[in-house]
Structure formats: C-alpha cells, structure tokens
Design a protein around this ligand. Structure first.
Ligand code: FES
Length: 506
C-alpha cells in the first residue's frame, strides 16, 4: 500500500484506495501553467484549465492526494463551519451570500465532474444536521435566522439518530459526501487525458513571479511558466503564517451494522465541534467521527482525544462496535472563516494561491480551482472579492489576539531544558528533545533501536519543534510546520529539512 507522507496513521481513504505515484520530474521544462500541489485544490484547477485547452504541469512533493487531502473526512457542506451568522457579521450579508453560493456551487461542481468523467467515487447527496452540544453554544436560533436568508434550511424536532435525542436542530438539504481518493484518482486521469502532466515526488523549493515566472525543484530542475498556482496546504514562500494558524484534528472510523446509522452529515455546536458521517462497506458501514482539534505542536495527547471521541460516539451511536481506523490531519484557519484564494500579490499578478481551508477543505479546494482557473482564463468571477487573499481580517481583534499570542509563546522552549538528558532515556518508538549547549536536538529511536537526530530548530522562523507521538513527526508549535523523523519537511511554512547534527553512535 502506498501511503501518505503525513504521518504514521492510516486514514480510511488510504486504507481503501491506493494513492497514485507518478514519475518524478527529471528535466527542466516550460509550460503555460505550473501548479504546485496535487491535492483537491491543485487537481481541480488543473482539470478546469486543461479542459479549457491550456497546457498544465502539476508537481507534488509526495503522491497524488498524499498530503492533507488524504486526511479529510470528505464532508461536502455549504453550511459554513464558523456559522453563517458570524460570516455575515464579519463580511456583511452580500458577501456571506456569495460565500454560501460558492460552497453550494462547489458541491454541484464535484457532482458534475464525477458524472461527466464517470468517476466512481461514492458521491451522494444527503441532509446535514446541526445540533446543540451538551458542552456547546446555544446559537441555533441565530444561525437559523441568518441562514434562511441565503440558503435552504429548516428547523426539525431532532436529528435522525436512532438512539440519541439531539433536541431541536437545523436541517440543511443537498449536502454531499464522497470518497476523496477515488475522486482524485479520476480527476488525475481526466487531467492527463486532457493533456496535462503530473509529477510526484517533485518538491518545489522556490518560485518567482513578475516578468519571468519559474519554479525551482529540490532536484535542481526549473519549470518556466506563464502562471504559477500555489495549491499546497500552506503556500510556500509566503509570509501568511500570522493569518493562518495551524491545527490538528482527530478522526475515528468505527464499524457499525449496515444501515444502522442514517446516511447524513451531523455536526454539533461544541468548540471544537464534532463531525459525523458514514461510509458504506460491503459487510458493514463505517461511522466516521472527527473533532478534538488543537493548535499544531501544542499538545501531544492523541490517545486521550481518541478515547474522548469514542466515548462521545458510544453514547450517541451505541451500535458502534469497534474502532477500525484512527488518524489525524492538519488544517489552517483564517481569522474570518473563509479561505484565501486569488492573486498572490499586486507585484506578482501571475502567481495564484489557494489556502486557509478553515476545516472545509473539500469545498474550499474546489472553489479554489473554479476561481483561480477563471482568473487565469480572464473570466469574471463574482467570488473574487470574497476570497481575496489581501483582504483585511474583518474578525474582531479580540478574537485574533489569542491566536497570535499562541504562535509566540512557544519560543520560550529556547530557554527550557530538554525532555530527557541524553539519548539513553529514549525508548524504541519514542522521540524527545535534548538540550545540547545553547541549542536543542530532536532525537527519535525507531522500533528497531536506530537513532535519528536532527537539529530541533524549525527551519521556518526558529521555534523549537515538539514530538508528535501519534504520527511520529516533529511539529512546530508556532506556525504548524511539520517534519519527518529524518528531518524532511512535511508541511510548510518551512520548506527546508531540520538541520543535520553529528549523530551519536547509539
Ligand atoms: Fe514558523 Fe516553525 S513554523 S517557526
């Protein structure tokens, strides 16, 4: 099984569909459009541009869909996570309406592409239900009032969960769900049929726009292009980290008897909220439940979070028999609930970005493909201003400040001691930070006792990384960069590996 580079755990999608590997780029080339990132954002953009007859090259540092896209739960919703009433408060009614329209059209677009390209990706339409959590805000009235102005929504007595009375909740019709890796596999095939080229294991390390746009790869090739699209989860070589706090989220997939849970999307008002859907298998269904998010690198208690999700699940879905899958994923929040999609800057108008999925990566990624392809093709798009990357954060400063403080406090790790005093204190399968003079070492011992040591200094802006014992990665608590145990970069903003040190002989 080819697996994503994102960490040790295996998502349901990876377990049930092979990730696709393409050839690496081995020579410098020229093209019309170079897209960095072969997740849902990059491949949707590539699909729409190749369909319009443009010459496109897509590169990815791993496998097709092997980044954050493979860690989703593949909900498709137009009921924006941050709530419609907050989107209206932050952006005004007209822009909120356009944002809802964009998410609605994104679901339509996925359905259209899957139908036209005959992609067998388990796409289905279903209702979504938002209900009040015991430990959550009671804001259903406010949400209903705002949502009814711009989308289909109704109050219902309870969500259709057999053994659990949710109380009055909101029903959003015509939501969707699909199998993301089956969809990406079909999308990649369609891109190639349209003449596009896709290269995996090809890491972009540098780009420039202006008069002679080009992308440089870690292997020394140059891709000259008229337009560049940054469709990585976090746009490399950008300085948006203060506007894009990184989070980890946790997911369990439990066996339930066939048909025992209504096929629908469910989510509650807790913060962070829980989100639920089912996926059909031949002999049983899989109940997929996610939540328990935290800032990347700032907690390392995945087992407690999984146990909490399981306990919550068993209380509401007692038919859940056992946990079959556990995984975690990364997402980037914006301060105002909507992704950043559009031109990178005024001085580099031929570079585009799609980022800030805000927990709605499937629809935001698809909106990104639709909007950026329109911009490149010179078509009007009414959503341009709504998702404009240079927009001022409209969220109140009161709400943004805790995020900024949270990105700064971890620098204190520079003056603290290590987790252990020497590598002798590290057991097989564990990682720890060791102080060495003025600096710190990130040390990991694998299951066979082999020791890996790298500098613990994040190559983005110098925070000290922390061990993620679930995924066996080094995660940066400041802005969410992540590195493998051998130091290779997994998630930007950092794009260089953790520094080398002289390894001990253990
Ligand atoms: Fe910014 Fe590590 S991600 S310092």
């Amino acid at each position: 099984m080819l697996k994503s580079d994102d960490g040790k755990t295996v998502s349901y999608w990876e377990a049930s569909e092979d990730l696709i590997k393409k050839d690496s780029l081995i020579e410098s080339i020229e093209t019309d459009i170079c897209i960095i990132g072969a997740g849902i954002s990059g491949l949707t953009t590539a699909y729409l541009l190749t369909k319009a007859g443009r010459e496109v090259i897509v590169i990815d540092d791993g496998l097709i869909g092997g980044g954050t896209t493979s860690r989703t739960t593949a909900h498709l919703s137009n009921a924006i996570d941050d709530r419609i009433y907050r989107i209206e408060e932050w952006h005004g009614e007209e822009k909120a309406r356009l944002a809802v329209e964009a998410h609605t059209k994104a679901i339509d677009e996925i359905e259209r592409i899957a139908t036209e390209e005959k992609i067998d990706c388990d796409f289905s339409r279903l209702d979504g239900f938002l209900f009040k959590a015991d430990d959550g805000e009671d804001d259903l009235d406010k949400e209903f009032e705002a949502a009814q102005k711009m989308m289909q929504v109704e109050r219902v007595e309870r969500a259709p969960i057999k053994d659990f009375d949710t109380g009055e909740c909101l029903r959003f019709p015509r939501q969707g769900q699909f199998h993301i890796l089956k969809y990406l596999s079909g999308l990649a095939k369609a891109v190639e049929q349209n003449g596009g080229r896709i290269f995996s294991n090809t890491r972009a390390i540098e780009w420039k726009g202006e008069d002679s746009p080009e992308v440089k790869t870690a292997n020394g090739q140059t891709i000259k292009a008229k337009s560049i699209v940054l469709a990585t989860n976090y746009p490399i070589m950008s300085k948006m980290f203060a506007k894009l706090p990184a989070y980890r989220t946790y997911v369990i997939g439990a066996r339930v008897p066939k048909g025992s849970v209504e096929k629908a999307l469910f989510w509650d008002t807790a913060d962070p909220y829980r989100y639920v859907r089912t996926q059909e298998e031949a002999e049983h269904d899989v109940l997929i439940v996610g939540g328990k998010d935290h800032r990347t690198g700032q907690e390392d208690d995945a087992n407690r979070r999984f146990a909490n999700l399981w306990q919550w699940t068993k209380t509401r879905f007692p038919m859940a028999e056992e946990i079959l899958y556990k995984w975690s994923g990364q997402f980037f929040e914006t301060h105002d609930g909507l992704a950043f999609i559009g031109r990178f800057s005024n001085s580099e108008p031929n570079v585009y970005l799609i980022t800030g999925d805000s927990g709605m990566g499937m629809t935001h990624g698809t909106i990104g493909g639709m909007l950026v392809s329109d911009l490149i093709l010179g078509r009007e798009n009414a959503w341009q201003e709504v998702f404009e990357p240079s927009r001022l954060a409209t969220q109140s400063i009161k709400e943004a400040i805790p995020e900024i403080v949270s990105s700064t406090v971890p620098y204190v790790d520079w003056i603290t001691g290590g987790d252990v005093s020497s590598v002798d204190g590290i057991k097989n399968g564990e990682g720890a930070i060791i102080r060495q003079g003025a600096s710190k070492i990130a040390a990991y011992r694998d299951e066979n006792g082999k020791l890996y040591q790298r500098s613990a200094v994040c190559t983005h802006l110098g925070c000290i990384v922390r061990f993620n014992s679930l995924e066996k990665t080094w995660d940066c608590p400041c802005h969410g960069s992540r590195f493998g145990i051998d130091g290779h970069p997994i998630n930007a903003p950092a794009i260089s590996p953790l520094g080398e040190i002289e390894e001990s002989s253990n």
